[in-house]
Design a protein. Structure first.
Length: 132
C-alpha cells in the first residue's frame, strides 16, 4: 500500500490513519453503496443484514432467525437475495457492453425478450443516476 501512488498523494495523517485500520480502507461499504448507482435503500438494508450475519455471529443469527420463523419470510429473503444477484449480474452486463466489443456483439444477438429482462433488472437495481 505504501508504494501506491494514490496512497502517496494522501496527507501524512491520512496515510498513518489508513495504516492503523484493519482493513485499511478510506471509505466504508455503506458509503460505497451510497456513492454508487445501486438502489441505495434496498442494498444498504440487505448489506447490513448479511454483514451482521457474517461478522456478529449471534446477533446475525438472531436477525436471520427472525426471517426464518415463517415460511413466507424465509421464501421472501431467499427470493430477494436471488433477485438482487440477478440485478447485479444485469448491471455488470450493462457496464461491460461499452467496454468490450465482444460483450456488445453477444448482447445484441440476444432475443429482444431477454434484453428487455436485462433492462428491467438493471433499472430495478440502480438508482435514477446513469451508470453507463
Amino acid at each position: 500500500i505504501k508504494r501506491n501512488s494514490y496512497f502517496q498523494n494522501l496527507s501524512e495523517n491520512k496515510q498513518k490513519d489508513l495504516l492503523k485500520r484493519k482493513p485499511a480502507r478510506e471509505i466504508g461499504w455503506e458509503e460505497l453503496i451510497k456513492n454508487s448507482n445501486l438502489n441505495t435503500e434496498s442494498y444498504i438494508h440487505d448489506w447490513r443484514v448479511y454483514s451482521n450475519y457474517a461478522h456478529s455471529e449471534m446477533i446475525g443469527l438472531m436477525e436471520l432467525d427472525h426471517f426464518m420463523k415463517e415460511t413466507n419470510d424465509h421464501n421472501n429473503i431467499l427470493n430477494k437475495t436471488l433477485e438482487e444477484a440477478i440485478q447485479l449480474t444485469c448491471i455488470m452486463i450493462k457496464v461491460f457492453i461499452p467496454l468490450f466489443k465482444s460483450v456488445e456483439i453477444m448482447y445484441n444477438a440476444y432475443p429482444s425478450s431477454l434484453i428487455e429482462e436485462i433492462e428491467n433488472y438493471y433499472k430495478k437495481g440502480t438508482s435514477n443516476k446513469d451508470l453507463i
